[in-house]
Design a protein around this ligand. Structure first.
Ligand code: ZN
Length: 80
């Protein structure tokens, strides 16, 4: 565990996209040390804390609801 931390400190983290919260907000995890990042409200990457995880879950719910509603609207409008 310590070695991977040193590796990340020396060569930088190897972040991989792990979750798409919304179109703009995404979550990343370092494949070496498992450190997690997320997109903040300013569009910069910031550490994924418990609080941010909660915010992201709420965002995800709102975002998904909106997408579903938009799709339903498109479907119903294409029928008529
Ligand atoms: Zn790392």
């Amino acid at each position: 565990m310590k070695l991977t931390k040193v590796y990340c400190d020396l060569f930088g983290h190897n972040y991989k996209l792990t979750k798409k919260v919304t179109h703009h907000v995404k979550e990343y995890t370092c494949s070496c040390c498992k450190k997690q990042l997320t997109t903040s409200s300013t569009g910069k990457l910031t550490e994924l804390t418990e609080k941010r995880q909660e915010i992201n879950l709420a965002l995800e719910r709102i975002y998904n609801n909106r997408t579903v509603r938009l799709q339903q609207k498109l479907i119903s409008s294409s029928i008529y």
